[in-house]
Design a protein around this ligand. Sequence first.
Ligand SMILES: [Fe+2]
Length: 179
Amino acid sequence: MKYFKYLDLDWKPFAEKLGHYVTHIRPEMSRVDPYDPVILIDKEDLLKYASAELDNMLAGVDFKIERFMMFSTGRNLGQIHTDENIVPCRLNIPLFNCENSETRFYKCSGIPEPGVQPNGLRFEKIDETKCVQVDQFCLTRPVLFRVGVPHNIERFDNPTSIRISCTMEPDRDLSYLLD
Ligand SMILES: [Fe+2]
């Protein structure tokens, strides 16, 4: 079983549009709140602005995107967690300051502690002293990864800059791509 896989998509035009969307059209999204790091994007609003670029990115694959989420962080090391698991894998793309960071996967023996984000999405926190890192990737291009496996993000650069990525929930289970 793999934890992640880079996907070969024509993603840059969509990422550029999305980057402009979160900095100029909906600038309230490019902010850092460690207690509220994930913002659910209004899909209809986004698609009015970037549907052609999204269609271009997904040309040739057999899935659509159900939910778009913006993830902003300024911290060096994130909490180890699993995400609400409607489908086992999500597609992530980098927007700003992702190149000096690592998304890490863990095997954990601790008991997960359920939590709810301010946006209503559920997650489970896991005690980092009970976790051993098993894999990692750098978000330099689109990646499909298992959100039900404990993970976090470590940044190596200036934590006062905002790291922003977009997490997308496909409309179907794509875990077969990671078998
Ligand atoms: Fe996560």
